[in-house]
Design a protein. Structure first.
Lengths: 396, 234
């Protein structure tokens, strides 16, 4: 056993030292693994970043009321009468004057022109009640001021302001027939709210010709424990409405969407990995034939077949690990923290940051090792079958 | 009676290689004995089977029929694993093109077969030193093969072949790629290994004058020995 290890180390070392002889083809193998790793990490970071963004959104003491079965707010409808009934629910926090802290909200898709390329993209304009701000504790004005209820003023998520035209302070932007004045930019702790435009709900209803239309109710609860009472009351009304904690709502969306990203990403990465493994196999076969005389010679000296196998596999794994390391490093430098955007549930742009994590780097390493084992296995077997006569005839 | 005698015996050896669908025989019924301590030179035209004999004796090729036995071990009965191990203990190879690992230094090349022994790193280093000294390369330890002349590379090749103290050296045209002077030095070195250290040496050569260092010379043609001469002085 000790002998086997010593033989394997000696042959692997000699192999690796002979890599410069096969520099270009080895490099192509390294880079193909780098590419696979980058694609995989791109998807993983997207899924992760998405989850992070959504899980930073929503509080436990805010309840969200939607039509039962509505996956997103866009599909939900709440009647005026229903809204009034909800106001009577137990567990709702109230202002000093006794008014319930409820925001009637609706989201309408609007078009904005992207700064780079001038493409039209869809954003979400959310109409909120005067209380809507009190229901978003993380929300802070980063420039300008809050809009005044009853006026055609909007405030804009800070991430969007830099990416679209006409969203600077003081700009007037028109959506369809309506005109809006940008009075403020806000941040919201990295949550999805940062991807929205906020305006007065009444004005949104009026300007977009959706009188009395409400999609969701946001309700501030007395405390998180009040949710059960509140939710039971909503169920008891039997109006086809469902109450969820805001946190649970976004968490569910996050896991749905990040699962979709992973469902796309893993198969793509695996198909690419198979391609890379085939390429690696070619590289490693050529390595074996390049080292044919050397292998035959050491085998003639008495080195075992298994040592020849291990040495070849070590070469393959080393190359793929180098490729993987480069991929992870590039991803970390280039992808992590990079802003991306995607369609959110309401079919509007949602900005989020790619986020890499150690477990993801580990999956990249596992994938790379898989490529190395798959691509190096058969060539390593061939290394064990090199005819020893080759030593006699071979000119090194 | 102190140690086993490593006589080499080929008995009724049949060996052929596939050619297309048929097989062309190299040896149909080859029988020969090479006693322990012999220095045998083998000559003969290209394709007559000289290398094949060395391969069969060295256990890197196998007979189709017949037997190869060395010091009582029947090579044709051994498993690949056992044969590999046996080879590392009994056989040293010297190749026409040296077959050194180009990325390893002279000393590292010589150390390779010692990695198959139980010697410690210190013992290996010591042994490598002694052997490079014997072949006259004491000052070339750390040179890569590419920095050595052909004659020097072949000395490293011989040093590697004798590093683990095998009884038998198989040399396939060891001077075939060398100039006269280097060739003579290598031949003298081989003769020394035979006379002073008692190694059995079988040397294939194309060069008649090389045979002077051998004790016996056989000429092989079409798979048969056509003549044999025994050197006057041994
Ligand atoms: N692996 C092989 N497959 C098929 N034929 C082979 C193989 N090895 C050797 N031969 C054939 O066997 C015959 C003997 O080969 P061998 O190498 O023993 O000759 P040789 O006497 O060493 O020749 P040379 O002086 O050219 O080295 C040759 O005709 C050769 O073509
Ligand atoms: Mg030959």
């Amino acid at each position: 056993m000790l002998g086997f290890i010593r033989q394997s180390i000696a042959l692997s070392g000699a192999n690796l030292r002979s890599l410069p002889r096969r520099a270009w083809i080895s490099l192509s193998m390294v880079l193909s693994v780098t590419l696979v790793v980058l694609v995989l990490l791109g998807f993983l970071a997207m899924a992760n970043g998405f989850r992070k963004t959504l899980s930073a959104t929503g509080s436990e003491d805010v309840a969200l009321v939607l039509s039962r079965g509505a996956f997103s707010e866009a599909l939900s409808r709440i009647g005026t009468q229903q809204g009034h009934l909800i106001e009577e629910a137990p567990g709702i926090a109230r202002t000093n004057e006794g008014a319930p802290l409820i925001s009637r909200e609706l989201v309408v898709p609007v078009d904005a022109v992207a700064q780079d390329g001038g493409k039209n993209e869809t954003l979400s304009l959310r109409g909120i009640s005067a209380n809507g701000l009190a229901l978003r504790p993380g929300l802070q004005i980063s420039a300008g001021r809050m809009m005044t209820p009853g006026t055609a003023e909007i405030v804009i998520g800070a991430r969007l302001a830099a990416r679209y035209e006409d969203l600077n302070l003081g700009d007037t932007i028109s959506f369809g027939r309506s005109q809006w004045t940008v009075v403020g930019h806000f941040t919201a702790g990295g949550s999805v709210f940062e991807s929205e435009l906020l305006a007065d709900a009444g004005l949104v209803q009026a300007q977009f010709n959706r009188p009395n239309q409400i999609q969701s109710l946001r309700v501030r609860l007395e405390d998180p424990a009040a949710f059960d009472r509140f939710s039971a009351y909503v169920d008891g009304l039997d109006l086809g409405l469902l109450a969820q904690s805001e946190k649970a709502f976004y968490a569910a969306q996050a896991s749905d969407i990040s699962r979709i990203i992973l469902f796309l990403g893993w198969p793509l990465a695996i198909v690419m990995a198979i391609g890379a493994a085939v390429g690696a196999m070619t590289t490693m076969y050529s390595s074996v034939s390049d080292r044919m005389v050397e292998i035959a010679t050491v085998r003639a000296l008495g080195f075992s077949r298994s040592a020849a196998f291990v040495a070849t596999l070590v070469e393959a794994l080393t190359l793929t690990l180098i490729g993987c390391a480069i991929g992870v490093a590039l991803a970390w430098v280039g992808l992590d923290g990079w802003s991306a955007s995607t369609k959110s549930g309401a079919n509007a742009q949602l900005a989020f940051q790619l986020a890499l994590s150690w477990p993801q780097a580990l999956s990249a390493v596992v994938l790379a090792l898989g490529i190395g084992a798959l691509g190096g296995g058969l060539p390593a077997l061939r290394a064990t079958r090199v005819p020893l006569r080759a030593a006699m005839s071979g000119r090194a | 009676m102190t140690s086993v005698s490593y006589d080499i015996e080929l008995n009724g050896v049949y060996k052929s290689y596939p050619l297309g669908k048929s097989r062309i025989p190299i040896f149909e019924d080859l029988t020969m004995t090479i006693p322990d301590g012999d220095f045998l030179a083998i000559m003969g035209p290209s394709g007559s089977g000289k290398s094949t004999i060395l391969n069969l004796i060295g256990g890197i090729d196998t007979v189709v029929r017949g037997h190869v036995s060395i010091g009582g071990s029947m090579l044709d009965k051994m498993s690949t694993r056992a044969l590999t191990r046996w080879r590392s203990e009994v056989i040293g190879f010297v190749f026409q093109f040296y077959n050194l690992m180009p990325m390893l230094s002279a000393a590292q090349n010589v150390e390779l077969p010692l990695l198959l022994t139980d010697l410690s790193a210190a013992e290996r280093r010591e042994r490598v030193h002694t052997i490079l000294d014997i072949v006259g390369l004491a000052d070339r330890h750390d040179h890569l093969p590419s920095l050595l002349s052909g004659g020097q590379q072949q000395r490293v090749g011989i040093a590697r072949a004798i590093a683990s103290d095998p009884r038998i050296l198989l040399c396939d045209e060891p001077t075939g790629d060398l100039d006269r002077k280097s060739a003579d030095e290598i031949l003298e070195l081989l003769q020394l290994l035979n006379t002073k250290l008692g190694k059995t040496i079988i040397m294939v050569t194309h060069d008649e004058s090389s045979t002077r260092v051998a004790k016996r010379t056989v000429i092989l043609d079409k798979g048969r020995f056509v003549s044999e001469e025994i050197a006057q002085c041994a």
